[in-house]
Ligand binder design. Structure first.
Ligand code: EPU
Length: 419
């Protein structure tokens, strides 16, 4: 068990380098098994979700070498095997082995995926898509068995623009016979990054980044190992940008793609926050008198659900009443009791939080209930008076690489210790 200890109210100044996007890397790593041979993924973030996926690759008899942020995966001796619950339950993204193994081997046995407890997280859209391609789906207790004699391209209409289902169906259809068209596809930047990897392997995919993705199956050819760079993590970037708006003094966030964080920067501008964007970096300082604002999360390019919890801390320091509505996950308010314990004034009604500010925050002992909720407590601890102790820090380390070191470098007093 790990614990984070923060001494708050130190001004943050200097530079933070953003790593590769967790939500892209966790799909690119399983995608490697679609190709035969060696793939190289660069800019891979140093997060525990990465390590959990590497362990699954090893079960599948892949050779994996990690050199800093470069991951080399050799699938030459791939052997299809059961992915046991102790591996699949370590993270949500283990379900990308469903689409990848189904696409490559036409057979997969995997236990239910894990991940943050932010809602019921069904995978019916994935399974319906696999079935539409011709797969048989059997569920035995907690195990999914997917089988197909042949996968046949078809039109698939997603009832919701699910990120995971869009990616899994691209994986399942790259080798299918004929053409698959995914309608109402997710449009996240991560989807483009993942499609680019498959295209580099030799897949025939068009339309990634729009709501219609077309995959022409390559049937009798084999995809070849390829190289891809993970795009910058827009959620990690957003988290540190919010921190800069609260306690930064010329805090520069480097290695960002400004187009992917526009929903956040638009809201910051409306609140009166001052920042400058130059090429791939953003510099921000604490602004006085930030205005309260209403926010509703939405699918890309709307305001990202994954930034909602960090953003709620900024709203506790803004003047007036903000209404924050989460629309994607039904259980993304787990951080609110901790923020209120620190002195925030937040009331929650279903998926809507009403936040009255500004309220000074005071350090105390709090619990990270999930990844982004945990990140919001780090922000709260850094602006609070006195000492904050965060327990269950493992949630945070699943998605933020070297968070303690990156923050120490810009002046934060933050340490992680084993307890
Ligand atoms: N949904 C269904 N059925 C499905 C799939 C999704 O009902 O088969 C519902 C979900 O319950 C949810 C909504 O659709 O209400 C969105 O789900 P989506 O499938 O888009 O999310 P995901 O692929 O499971 C990814 C990220 C999440 C991020 C969402 C939305 C990964 C590993 N996870 O999840 O990231 O919130 O997209 O952008 O890529 C995080 O990083 O903290 C995180 C939770």
């Amino acid at each position: 068990m790990k614990q984070m200890i923060i001494e708050g109210q130190n001004i943050l100044t200097g530079k933070i380098d953003i790593g590769g996007a967790k939500n892209s890397a966790v799909a690119l790593i399983p995608a490697s098994i679609l190709a035969k041979g060696k793939s190289i993924i660069t800019n891979v973030p140093n997060i525990s979700d990465r390590d959990a996926l590497i362990d699954i690759l090893k079960i599948l008899n892949c050779e994996v070498t990690l050199n800093d942020d470069e991951l080399i995966i050799d699938t030459t001796n791939l052997k299809n095997s059961l992915i046991a619950e102790k591996y699949s339950s370590r993270l949500r993204a283990s379900y990308y082995f469903m689409g990848a193994l189904l696409g490559k081997e036409k057979h997969v046995e995997i236990y239910i995926p894990g991940g943050c407890n932010i809602g019921s997280r069904p995978i019916d859209i994935h399974l319906d898509g696999f079935k539409a391609l011709g797969a048989r789906v059997t569920i035995e207790e907690n195990k999914y068995i997917l089988d197909a004699d042949e996968l046949i391209g078809t039109d698939i209409n997603l009832r919701f623009a699910s990120v995971g289902a869009t990616i899994n169906l691209m994986f399942a259809s790259v080798y299918a016979k004929g053409t698959t068209v995914i309608h109402n596809a997710a449009k996240e930047a991560e989807i483009i990054n993942i499609a680019d990897f498959l295209i580099n392997m030799g897949a025939n995919i068009t339309g990634a980044g729009t709501d219609t993705i077309t995959i022409k199956g390559i049937e009798n050819r084999e995809l070849k190992g390829a190289t891809i760079k993970v795009l910058p993590d827009r959620i990690e970037a957003g988290t540190y940008i919010i921190l800069g708006a609260l306690i930064g003094d010329n805090l520069t966030i480097n290695n960002i793609d400004p187009t992917t964080i526009k929903a956040l920067t638009d809201k910051l501008t409306q609140m009166g926050s001052k920042f400058t964007i130059k090429d791939n970096s953003l510099t921000i300082s604490k602004s006085p008198n930030l205005k309260a604002i209403d926010i509703q999360t939405a699918v890309y390019p709307g305001f990202p659900t994954d930034i909602g919890q960090p953003m709620s801390v900024l709203l506790t320091q803004s003047h007036g009443t903000s209404v924050f509505e989460e629309t994607i996950w039904e259980n993304r308010m787990g951080h609110v009791p901790s923020l209120n314990k620190m002195g925030a004034n937040i009331t929650v009604n279903n998926m809507t939080a009403t936040i009255k500010g500004p309220t000074p925050l005071k350090g105390c002992e709090v619990i990270a209930t999930d990844l982004r909720g945990g990140a919001s407590l780090v922000i709260a601890g850094l602006i609070a008076e006195g000492k904050t102790i965060i327990t269950d820090v493992e949630h945070i380390l699943r998605g933020y690489e070297n968070i303690d070191k990156k923050l120490q470098q810009v002046g934060a007093k933050i340490t992680i210790k084993e307890i």
